[in-house]
Design a binder for this molecule. Structure first.
Ligand SMILES: [Zn+2]
Length: 279
């Protein structure tokens, strides 16, 4: 037990040391001017776009990651940081924007995201909002298309598409090779499936994600939707057979995905609650 405790302290110390030191981050160029950036202690990822008139930053995540991203951007270009675009209203993706705001960036989000950001001194409130289901940002010959599909996760959830480069960026709606996060906080499961079907209609070849595995293709988007559909089917079957504790729910196809053993039950319970409550 003593050994375990000292190991835990060591792990905690390493984790704390990693925060605030800009360590453990990686940058990957996926298309002309388009980069995935992130990592760090909790494996969060974002995207930035470099044009000849300035830089567009997606989620700033947190202050440490944002300052590491700023350093990385400055290795590539000295053009101004023009925009920071939030994917949704959750703190864990949109804290740390101050460094870009102080450098002159305009912070943008969907109106629904801005209106549902809970007070937090680390989150820069958006300077500009957009509404409806589509908004385009153009800078230095590049276009970033922003899509809103209504309720799915959080508020004002925005999917980014660079049509010329065929690159998609989505935070939280797709996490490759991992079952859904715990009890699916702030997710609307059937709207999530509907939104993924809409995303699959977009033209992209490279997909960038916000958690765990930063880059992939449309295959990961399809698999995320299939997982949720298979889970919904399995939960429906269990309920029909009177198994309201959902003990019979298992999805062997996904057994190698991260957190299959500890989160599948929570995922299933969330699906059942939506079926019972319409929420
Ligand atoms: Zn979120």
């Amino acid at each position: 037990m003593k050994k375990l405790t000292s190991l835990m302290v060591t792990v905690l110390a390493i984790t704390v040391a990693a925060i605030g030191q800009n360590t453990g981050y990686t940058s990957k160029k996926v298309a002309d001017g388009v980069y995935s950036f992130g990592g760090g202690p909790w494996a969060y990822y974002s995207m930035f776009v470099v044009t000849n008139e300035g830089v567009i930053i997606a989620d700033p995540i947190n202050a440490d990651l944002a300052s590491a991203m700023m350093k990385e951007v400055r290795k590539i270009t000295d053009k101004p940081i023009k925009y920071v675009i939030y994917s949704h209203n959750h703190w864990d993706h949109i804290s740390g924007g101050k460094i870009f705001k102080d450098a002159g960036a305009t912070v943008i989000s969907h109106i629904e995201a801005k209106e549902n950001i809970l007070p937090n001194p680390n989150v820069v409130i958006p300077d500009q909002t957009w509404s409806g289901d589509r908004f385009d940002i153009r800078l230095g010959g590049k276009t970033v298309e922003l899509y809103y599909y209504g309720a799915n996760h959080g508020s004002g959830m925005t999917v980014f598409l660079l049509p010329e480069e065929k690159v998609l960026f989505t935070a939280d709606l797709v996490v490759p090779k991992r079952v859904a996060f715990m009890f699916m906080p702030d997710f609307s499961p059937q709207n999530w499936i509907r939104s993924l079907k809409e995303i699959e209609k977009l033209e992209f070849e490279t997909a960038l994600f916000g958690h765990d595995i930063p880059t992939g293709t449309r295959k990961e988007v399809v698999l995320q939707r299939e997982y949720l559909e298979d889970l919904t089917m399995a939960v429906g079957k269990a309920m029909q057979s009177g198994d309201m504790m959902l003990q019979s729910v298992s999805l062997p196809k996904y057994k190698d995905w991260a957190h299959y053993d500890d989160w599948l039950g929570m995922n299933a319970a969330r699906i059942m609650l939506e079926m019972m409550m319409g929420y």
